[in-house]
Write a protein that binds this ligand. Structure first.
Ligand code: SF4
Length: 119
């Protein structure tokens, strides 16, 4: 049996969840005030994901960094590789808000997009 205590981050209430896996693959969530907490607890135990927000260097001297984010939560194990790639990249301007900067991250179907336009 595996038991974890988590705080649900799906809304500002922040319910304290207890997530139990017993037997492996069978998840029970308690402490949640709504169904979103159950989904969150189950996903955190089996396959945690996060939306990644960051900035990347541009080739412009007037706007040095461009804010970016993933289009959906990305598996946590893919995030360190994504971030180390972002530290090394340089985006040519201009860029439109919503423009795809990196397509289909690690075959996940999730893109990295600009969150503002830059000339
Ligand atoms: S369980 Fe529901 S009410 Fe509680 S923090 Fe999560 S989303 Fe909010």
């Amino acid at each position: 049996m595996t038991e974890r205590s988590l705080v649900c981050i799906s809304c500002p209430i922040g319910c304290r969840l207890t997530v139990v896996e017993d037997p492996p693959g069978t998840i029970a969530v308690s402490g949640n005030k709504c169904a979103r907490g159950e989904v969150y607890g189950r996903e955190e135990m089996l396959s945690p994901k996060r939306v990644v927000t960051a900035t990347v260097l541009t080739d412009s001297s007037t706007m040095r960094r461009l804010p970016v984010k993933t289009t959906a939560p990305l598996a946590k194990e893919l995030i360190p590789g994504l971030l180390s790639g972002l530290y090394r990249m340089r985006v040519p301007l201009p860029v439109r808000c919503g423009q795809v900067i990196l397509h289909d991250l690690e075959g996940s179907g999730i893109d990295l997009v600009a969150t503002r336009s830059a000339e």
